[in-house]
Write a protein that binds this ligand. Sequence first.
Ligand code: PLP
Length: 292
Amino acid sequence: MYRMECNVVGTLISGKIDCGDLKFKLLQNKDKPVIMNLTIGSIDNQHLINSSSFVIGTTIKGAIDDLDLVVETLKECGFQRNRFYIHCDGALFGVMLPFLKKVPQITFKKPIDSVSVSGHKFMGCPLPCGVQMVRIEHIDGMLSKNIEYIASRDATITGSRNGHAPIFLWYSLSIKGYKWFEKEVQKCVNNAHYLKERFKKGGVSVMLNELSNIVVFERPQDDGFIRHWQLACEGNIAHVTVMPNVTLEILDCFMDELVAKRSMWFKDRGKQPPCAASQIGEENCVCPLHKC
Ligand SMILES: Cc1ncc(COP(=O)(O)O)c(C=O)c1O
């Protein structure tokens, strides 16, 4: 939207931003201010750094970027507070994170500038919506203007927003309550760990970030199976996002079908499970080359 030129910053196998590469790119762009988008439990965090330096994450592995290490890296590279902007993209996991124990803190007590979460994912709002919290100084100018045709102050790009969305968000929070969120978040993370163990027992390459409900595994070899289970795939991996509706029975049914299908796909000696080491690490890959 801003027509900024971007450079891609690499990721670690876990999917987190690679702060070594970030440092390298920051030093190459020292003369420009930085806009960064960190991903909070996203699906594969690939980061772009703009020529006025801009970093964006995308999703696949459910990794939470290390905010403290990013801030330290910015400092090490000589970026003062007034020369960087950090947005924390919390989409799905940003809503879940506060309900887990011993997790990284995403807070305005740290030098971040904005945080966003989706309303139509974990909160279950029936239309796409979200919440964006921004330090007041970044939107002060916009808020001082009255938008004529709504006779109100507004900081959106279009001067227009959905009035139903806050009602759905409020309703979801009120009807479910804190205890529901705490219980369901824990259930999703536990079920994700259960699924990981089932993959391991089934001899399937698998990776799960400790604080995540997204299980990454070997890409199934049959498009029909992928379509049936609506799996998002990338290269040699696919992932399952374990949401509150995903019960142990569903996971068992999925695994039983996968195990049965795999024995057919790899029946002939010539056909082997794909190698996923470059995407999930050698230690998680059980292709013939990496199987111990
Ligand atoms: C990290 C991240 N950002 C943004 C999005 C998109 O969010 P929304 O649907 O609220 O636009 C996703 C979707 O999964 C995501 O994982």
